[in-house]
Design a protein around this ligand. Structure first.
Ligand code: ZN
Ligand code: ZN
Length: 380
């Protein structure tokens, strides 16, 4: 009797569910140091791994651990009045099986840091970040869905004259949009095709005429990137007032519309789940080399020049190969069939004049293994 009980307990342990928790909160933090020590002691005692970023203006958290520990963490955070109304996104998942992905995503350690900006929006440290209290209006998944739906219909009926017109703006990076995005017939969709979030302000500057006078519907993975970016668009003044953002991002939308709704493909995520799909199994991505349908980033192939993630299918993938992403190709980097001499792709970087890739792109060639972020691995 006792034996079987113990066995069951062992089994229960083995099957203990793991999870990933994401949340952010923009709010003025009066005592940053005491919040820092709260996170240090709480996350350490619950054995959580991942990243916690604190600034004077809020927190941004991506942590993983046992589901029960994550629930404990949520309760402790909820008890702090600053966090009232926070949207906690908790998902169960497998324990990281892919070490490389776990390492890249920061799920092999716990990193708690005080930073200037929760997400790096401004490419130059001296430029003042926009005021998030001026962010676009939050739309729930259902509101966002029906706004898209009626915009699609309005165009059908050609009754646009009285309507301001609506544009859909994807605030994410190119490699994310490649495998999944909102797609609504008859609705203009703007895809900035950027490598990283901090390239977005200059894209907005260059394309503001496409946004002027429109109802701008923005979305990103979990919502945090739209907070800053929508505030930035609105800061442009007259003609840029009507900016709306999908609250809780694609994540909450897919929970509300498990069949995918107007979202096609998979939602790229910045943890070891890599991407999250809906019941709609459509594959949007294509292999960089052969062009066949493919949307699995788990092999972590990257552009040899700019380190952006690229999709290379199983049959095209070769050890030590040199890949050139479509952005670098567009900017004149040639696809060569040669192979890096020692397989260390980072060795290629110093030979490249990064400045020639794009004059308005500030790249941070921080390489894997360093403390800095690997391009495109954090929702920032
Ligand atoms: Zn291929
Ligand atoms: Zn590239």
């Amino acid at each position: 009797m006792a034996d079987s009980n113990e066995n069951q307990q062992d089994k229960g342990k083995e099957q203990e569910q793991y999870g990933v928790l994401l949340y952010y909160k923009y709010t003025e933090i009066p005592d940053l140091n005491s919040l820092l020590s709260f996170y240090n002691s709480n996350c350490t005692s619950l054995s959580l791994l991942g990243r916690v970023r604190l600034s004077l203006h809020g927190v941004n958290v991506t942590v993983g651990g046992k589901l029960s520990s994550l629930e404990n963490h949520i309760e402790a955070v909820k008890a702090i009045s600053l966090f009232e109304g926070t949207d906690f996104k908790l998902a169960s998942c497998h324990f990281p099986l892919n070490d490389k992905v776990a390492h890249e995503c920061g799920f092999t350690s716990l990193s708690i840091r005080i930073v200037k900006e929760l997400v790096t929006f401004t490419p130059y440290p001296l430029v003042k970040a926009p005021d998030v209290s001026n962010a676009g209006r939050h739309l729930s998944a259902v509101e966002f869905h029906s706004a898209l739906q009626s915009a699609g219909k309005l165009v059908d009926k050609e009754s646009l004259a009285e309507d301001k017109g609506l544009v859909l703006l994807d605030a994410r990076n190119l490699y994310e949009t490649r495998i999944g995005k909102f797609d609504m017939p008859n609705v203009d969709t703007l895809d900035p095709r950027i490598r990283q979030y901090s390239d977005l302000p200059s894209w907005i500057d260059d394309n503001s005429e496409q946004l002027r006078g429109k109802n701008v519907l923005m979305y990103c993975t979990g919502g945090i990137r739209c907070e800053m970016a929508s505030a930035y668009i609105r800061s442009k003044g007259a003609g840029f007032e009507n900016v709306f953002q999908l609250y809780g991002g694609i994540q909450r939308y897919l929970e509300q519309f498990p069949d995918g709704g107007f979202f096609k493909g998979k939602n790229f995520v910045f943890d070891h789940r890599i991407s999250v799909g809906s019941a709609d199994a459509n594959i949007l991505g294509t292999c960089l080399l052969c062009g066949l349908s493919f949307d699995d980033y788990s092999s972590r192939c990257r552009c040899s020049y700019c380190r952006m993630l690229v999709l290379v299918c199983d049959s095209c993938r070769e050890e030590e190969a040199v890949y050139v992403c479509e952005l670098c190709q567009k900017h004149g980097k040639v696809v060569e069939s040669n192979v890096a001499e020692n397989g260390e792709q980072q060795d290629i970087l110093p030979q490249v004049q990064l400045k020639t890739i794009s004059s308005d792109t500030i790249l941070s060639p921080q390489l894997p293994g360093g403390q800095g972020k690997v391009l495109g691995l954090q929702e920032s």
